[in-house]
Design a protein around this ligand. Structure first.
Ligand SMILES: *Cc1c(COP(=O)(O)O)cnc(C)c1O
Length: 361
């Protein structure tokens, strides 16, 4: 069947997710396994959110509201944008996929950083686009390098802000200068999956920038801080014209009803999630202190995960950690041969990881 398949997918490497806890338990015969590999929240959704999901489950015989009416109302109020400036996705991954589907044709170019979030590249390759990958400099975006990569064929520039796996961000001033210097008929995709964790005064207000720059999409998610990774819900914000174009390639019932109800309940339960943020930041301090004590270099970043230079083959190290019941992300697949990425978990999980790391190093 390879001879009749779309040529563009032949050099796509399927996304390799972090191993699920159950799989590691089964395969290695372990009882106690912690997962610090996929930047998920270690905390269950709030009691109110869980209650809402239970209630919403009674209507699972019905199709979901394709327009996400209640969630759209709440979010548009929260963000200060019109309802027709928002699109919801089955995870924010789907916003990326829809943007590529709507804007990128075979032979077009997209610009992205390397290493960066793999979905930008996978979605673009499927569409038959050419990748213009610009290496990070000191683990930050090289914006002048990205500017130089622009050609007549450029359609989208992907900016993970903060990005994964580097965890660093670009500032308001950097964003505005960059937007000013580049043609307005290129779409800037700002992926703000970790937006809720960032506490920096110079972090850009991209939603506000939408008023001046019509060529922006901002995506965010309920998967990280809000702990709904398993339900799959994220959103994109843009000018109505851009949202209208994205809606043409959206599946009619792309966001399930439990996800819609749960996301709305999350927005109403800010206190619970503010607390989680405080705990994550405290645990991040613990990690950084331990890494310093061990003499390991790391990129502290502004998210709920840390990129660590383990000073040796990260693949072997990751396998050794797995045998001790700790799942982290080996970064060699991203071209960072001596690096691992570790998500900040609950105190006990983090301590287990540090103990295991000390044992294998
Ligand atoms: C986790 C992550 C996402 C979010 O994915 P969802 O589909 O919303 O779960 C998006 N972008 C980056 C950079 C991420 O790390």
């Amino acid at each position: 069947m390879r001879s009749i398949v779309r040529k563009s997918i032949l050099d796509v490497t399927p996304y390799l997710p972090g191993k699920p806890i159950e799989e590691v338990k089964r395969e290695l015969g372990l009882k106690d396994v912690v997962k610090l590999a996929s930047n998920e929240s270690p905390f269950s959704p709030s009691p109110k959110v869980l209650e809402t999901i239970t209630r919403a489950a009674r209507d699972l015989n019905r199709y979901p509201d394709g327009g996400c009416y209640h969630l759209r109302q709440a979010l548009s109020r929260r963000l200060g944008v019109e309802g027709n400036q928002i699109i919801f996705g089955n995870g924010s991954d789907e916003i990326i996929v829809m943007a590529v589907r709507a804007f990128v044709e075979k032979g077009d170019e997209v610009i992205l950083a390397r290493p960066s979030f793999l979905i930008y590249e996978i979605a673009s390759k499927i569409a038959g686009a050419q990748m213009k990958a610009v290496s990070l400099k000191d683990f930050r975006y090289d914006l002048s390098g990205m500017k130089k990569a622009v050609t007549k064929k450029t359609k989208i520039i992907f900016i993970g802000n903060p990005d994964n796996p580097a965890s660093t961000y670009i500032t308001q001033k950097e964003v505005v200068d960059f937007l000013r210097e580049i043609r307005r008929d290129i779409l800037f995709f700002f992926d703000e999956a970790y937006f809720e964790f960032v506490d920096k005064k110079d972090y850009p207000d991209t939603i506000k920038l939408l008023k001046t720059f019509k060529n922006i999409i901002v995506s965010r998610t309920f998967s990280k801080m809000y702990g709904l990774a398993g339900l799959r819900i994220g959103y994109g914000v843009a000018q109505p014209e851009v949202i209208d174009l994205l809606n043409r390639v959206r599946e009619p019932f792309n966001v399930n009803s439990l996800a819609q109800a749960a996301a709305l309940a999350c927005l109403k339960d800010s206190k619970y999630y503010e607390d989680i943020k405080i705990r994550v930041i405290a645990q991040k301090r613990y990690f950084c202190q331990e890494f310093r004590n061990m003499g390991l270099k790391f990129v502290e970043g502004v998210t709920n995960f840390i990129l660590v230079d383990v000073g040796r083959d990260s693949r072997g190290l990751s396998e050794a950690l797995l045998k001790k019941g700790v799942i982290i992300r080996d970064m060699s697949f991203w071209g960072l041969k001596n690096f691992i990425r570790v998500t900040i978990g609950k105190p006990q999980e983090n301590q287990k990881f540090i103990r295991a790391l000390k044992a294998v190093i």
